[in-house]
Design a binder for this molecule. Structure first.
Ligand SMILES: [Zn+2]
Length: 127
């Protein structure tokens, strides 16, 4: 499969893709809100209108925006259908700094959601 940006640009998403995208945005959104102060901007993504997926705007600092952009790009590039669980996947999306960062985010926001009774938000996205 070609992984150029043109091929990634699309308007329709499967439910699974939407779920994954929504989860990623939500988890990083919680992490940023609870951990980072300073300049934040509403997150936007050049390949699709994020409002199509998540109605609420998510405010992110530049670092977190970069992480979400990376995560979304990799998710849309995923060559597997259906996508396997991240930790069982042979194509590891996250490398180096992104990998340690996304782990930290998933752990923090996962705990946050458990504490706030949102266990339904937790699922296999944890890597
Ligand atoms: Zn942040």
């Amino acid at each position: 499969m070609e992984a150029s940006e043109m091929n990634l640009r699309k308007t329709g998403f499967s439910k699974k893709e939407k779920d994954d995208i929504r989860t990623l945005m939500k988890f990083v959104g919680i992490y940023c809100r609870e951990n980072h102060n300073g300049e934040k901007a509403p997150f936007s993504f050049k390949l699709f209108d994020t409002k199509e997926i998540e109605k609420k705007e998510i405010l992110l600092c530049p670092d977190c925006a970069r992480l979400v952009t990376y995560g979304l790009t990799m998710r849309l590039k995923c060559p597997h259908d259906p996508k396997p669980m991240c930790k069982k996947c042979e194509t590891q999306c996250y490398h180096g700094d992104y990998k340690s960062k996304i782990r930290e985010v998933m752990k923090f926001s996962g705990l946050y959601l458990v504490k706030h009774g949102r266990v339904d938000m937790l699922y296999h996205y944890l890597i």
